[in-house]
Write a protein that binds this ligand. Structure first.
Ligand code: TRP
Length: 335
């Protein structure tokens, strides 16, 4: 099946890290030239756990600026904040009525997240229904996903199927879109865990982080005690090579990787040299993004860009909602 419209969402965590950039955002930016792309900053999802209302709105705006600076073109991609299109919640309610409690109980992300919360909201439990609504509201047929979202996407497909069989063919079943490699950058200070912001400062490198701070983090990345020639690569060193490969792919300096890999194989690689090269190549990618971000912030145009995105999104969303209300038999306006 040909995919024509893709949808993806990202939580407004306030800042993007290089795991998000290489694993997701870079792929979205590449896709926007060939496909209709819709990228949503999911603030309704963010409130499933305790968030500070004083910072949430700014976090959404910051995420939007980070995304645009990282290559999401708001003229090509429909970029918007979820709660600016409240149709998401209406569809989520309706889809919740064709979602089985048993299916939701099996979601591993709920089990993980709820084990960390003192107060477990029912919103956290029904989070995947809202995610299905996000996708189906736009009749998206493709969803670029990381490994951690595969189960949620599978549930979205089940929900679409159940809705269609009850109310008639309405939604396409969204397919996973697998991006280029780079889906899994690991934490610098614990290379056995995926890079994430929630593990703490030392674990991630922010796309907008100051150069001095990035240098410090890369220099102190966990490696190993130095290996003999022929030893297997430790996870920390493999992760640094991964970041280097992803960076040089874009800077055109791929030979650097070959040289360092050969040094590694010969047992002569100095990790300080590997780290300095990672830092330099990574900054080649990040510097222009950071400059663009600074300009965007100074111009103050993000609000307008998001309003423009929300209007385009809402036009599609409203059509779907009218159709859904009609087939389900809701309301009195369109009998
Ligand atoms: N749950 C996703 C995450 O945490 C974010 C998300 C919300 C999403 N709605 C979506 C991703 C729809 C893909 C499609 O990463």
């Amino acid at each position: 099946m040909m995919i024509t419209r893709v949808f993806s969402g990202i939580q407004p965590t306030g800042t993007l890290h290089i795991g998000n950039y290489f694993g997701a955002v870079r792929n979205w930016a590449a896709m926007q030239h060939d496909l209709e792309c819709i990228i949503c900053i999911v603030d309704y999802h963010a409130i499933t756990i305790d968030v500070d209302p004083k910072t949430l709105r700014q976090a959404s705006l910051n995420m939007a600026m980070d995304l645009i600076a990282s290559g999401i073109d708001p003229e090509k991609t429909i970029l918007f904040v979820q709660s600016d299109v409240p149709e998401h919640t209406e569809l989520a309610w309706i889809l919740g009525c064709v979602t089985s409690f048993g299916d939701l109980s099996r979601m591993t992300q709920f089990k993980d997240k709820s084990s960390r919360e003192a107060f477990i909201s029912s919103g956290l439990f029904t989070y995947p229904v809202l995610q299905a609504a996000d996708i189906l509201l736009y009749l998206a047929d493709g969803v670029p996903v990381g490994e951690d979202q595969v189960q949620h996407l599978e549930l979205s497909r089940r929900i679409a199927r159940r809705f269609n069989s009850r109310f008639g063919e309405t939604f396409p079943e969204p397919e996973p879109v697998v991006g280029k490699k780079g889906g899994r950058i690991m934490s610098l200070s614990d290379p056995t865990a995926k890079m994430s912001k929630s593990s703490g400062e030392a674990h991630y490198v922010g796309v907008m982080e100051a150069e001095t701070s990035i240098r410090k983090k890369v220099r102190s990345a966990v490696t190993d005690m130095g290996l003999e020639s022929g030893d297997a690569m430790s996870p920390g060193v493999a992760n640094l090579f991964e970041i280097l490969e992803l960076s040089t792919e874009a800077t055109g300096e791929a030979d650097l990787v070959d040289t360092l890999r050969a040094d590694f194989a010969a047992g002569t690689l100095m990790y300080s040299k590997l780290k300095d090269t990672v830092f330099e190549q990574l900054m080649e990618i990040l510097r222009p993004i950071q400059q663009k971000r600074a300009k965007l912030e100074a111009s103050g145009e993000v609000l307008e860009l998001l309003r423009f995105g929300a209007e385009k999104a809402q036009t599609i969303a409203q059509d779907t909602i009218v159709q859904v209300r009609s087939v389900v038999g809701l309301g009195t306006a369109n009998p």
